[in-house]
Design a protein around this ligand. Sequence first.
Ligand code: CA
Length: 226
Amino acid sequence: MARILIIEDEPSMRMGLIDNLEFEGYETDSADDGVVGLEKINNGKYDLIILDLMLPRLSGFDVCKKIRESGNKTPVILLTAKGEEIDKVVGLEIGADDYITKPFSLRELIARIKAVLRRSSESDQNSNSIMIGKLELHFKTFNEFENGTEVQMSHREFELLEYLWNHRNQTVSRNSILKDVWKQEATTTRTIDNFILRLRQKIETDPDHPKIILTVHGIGYKLISG
Ligand code: CA
């Protein structure tokens, strides 16, 4: 279950949040000023931070700015009081993911928390990438990069490479590639060979002497990965 840090100086609000979020099944930790909150963020691991804007010693704005400057990407929901309503743009500029104005209903807060946690777990998955030869591949987003520069690859090339990767260190026959990657479409094994040549151009350091996508004579191909 997600672990949530609550940074809020008003005791009744802080205690109310702790009780309600724990009742909802979240694990909580809390701080009652900005300095302690920042220390906890720097020394702990949280899935989400609920951050009051007006705090003693260090404001919520400064806490948020500082954690983003340090490269910490933990999602932040800002709490603002009535009368200190902030511009959404300002919230986003300092790196908050969402904000909610007091007084708010618990249901509204829980909905925001769920939405922010869902977005952050999706973006974690999107950042999962693998290296094949020279290429860094993001299977979820169908993006591929060479040294940080996006490489052009057709959707079919990507599917073929993903298929080989999913069967890495195994020999896959041309016929199974035809069946699983090209599905019902009529094509020839010659097409597959051409796609393999194109993939090698993108992946292999020396495409004429492939070390990653090997030819298994008379059968098909094998993607080698350590
Ligand atoms: Ca406050």
